[in-house]
Design a binder for this molecule. Structure first.
Ligand code: NAD
Ligand code: APR
Length: 255
């Protein structure tokens, strides 16, 4: 059904300091395997909570590295969807826009949102598991379900690890601080495609609301964030976001 976009469009058109906060639903229409449906082949017998942990990597680096390299290759084959492009178009209209994502893909960047804040790291930022030195870019195209020995760090020879926040790990402090600061000072926060269940990321929209910011949600389902949002658009990001940008700034908004 066509949502009445007018209230949300009016808020967005008047935004001076905008935060766009996104989760896995933002990339769903790009065909990126979500965290849980990436468990196929060799990995299908694993529960995500058991694979995305420092313990799993220590126990079997090739199993975990192979899985993340396969996910990274899957993301590299995917394309940003019209929702990602609509987010980039918003920043062209609201210069003070900060994109904060829980996703580990690079689709916001590939759609033009440079400077995206990654609260849970990125598949494209592998680093040394010991000295944290950044490691080189994508290796060979991994085969699905195959183990893959991680490369060794050029400085200290320890295994390279995925640059993703695992279960039990703290979030990268600089990213969390940048996200909280942006939520603290924004006048509008648009939350898209997140279940709002995982902390501390789920705090971000609540910080904006507590500080008097207007929160708009785009998600086909209800979430705990319904409680803090002023406008709730129940639809898929790739359809709703371009329509919202056109409603806010007219057809010239090139989305
Ligand atoms: P968890 O609850 O065991 O760990 C949460 C971690 O976040 C804690 O270790 C703590 O350091 C930190 N934390 C929790 N609440 C906080 C708060 N209020 N303020 C500051 N720091 C806080 O495990 P989890 O929450 O299920 O997952 C941990 C993180 O790993 C989450 O951010 C989750 O989204 C992320 N994760 C990422 C992937 C991926 O592939 N991107 C997969 C699984 C989990
Ligand atoms: N458009 C918008 N939202 C969508 C779409 C879509 N096309 N498809 C699904 N959604 C919504 C779902 O309704 C759900 O609320 O996206 C949300 C996805 O929720 P999760 O799978 O929990 O993803 P996310 O909120 O990003 O999870 C947080 O937990 O798994 C860890 O670290 C991982 O970053 C992830 C974190």
């Amino acid at each position: 059904e066509r949502e009445d976009l007018a209230p949300a469009a009016e808020v967005l058109a008047g935004a001076r300091r905008l935060v766009v906060f996104t989760g896995a639903g933002m990339s769903a229409e790009s065909g990126v395997p979500t965290f849980r449906d990436a468990l196929t082949g060799l990995w299908e017998r694993f529960d995500p909570r058991s694979l995305a942990t420092p313990e799993a990597f220590r126990a079997d680096p090739a199993l975990v590295w192979g899985w993340y390299e396969w996910r990274r290759a899957a993301v590299a084959r995917a394309e940003p969807n019209p929702g990602h492009r609509a987010v980039a178009a918003m920043a062209a209209r609201v210069p003070d826009t900060v994109v904060v994502t829980q996703n580990v893909d690079d689709l916001h960047e590939r759609a033009g949102s440079a400077g995206t804040v990654h609260l849970h790291g990125s598949l494209f930022a592998p680093r040394c598991s010991a000295c944290a030195a950044p490691a080189p870019g994508p290796g060979a195209e991994p085969e699905e379900g195959r183990r893959l020995d991680p490369p060794r760090c050029g400085h200290c020879a320890a295994p390279v690890r995925p640059g993703v926040v695992w279960f039990g790990e703290a979030l990268p402090e600089p990213a969390l601080a940048a996200a909280v600061e942006a939520a603290y000072r924004c006048d509008v926060l648009l939350t898209v495609g997140t279940s709002g269940l995982v902390y501390p990321a789920a705090e971000i929209p609540q910080v904006a609301a507590r500080r008097g910011g207007t929160v708009i949600q785009v998600n086909p389902e209800e979430t705990p964030l319904d409680a803090v949002c002023a406008v709730n658009l129940h639809g898929p990001a790739a359809r709703v976001l371009p329509a919202l940008v056109r409603a806010a700034w007219g057809a010239a908004a090139d989305v």
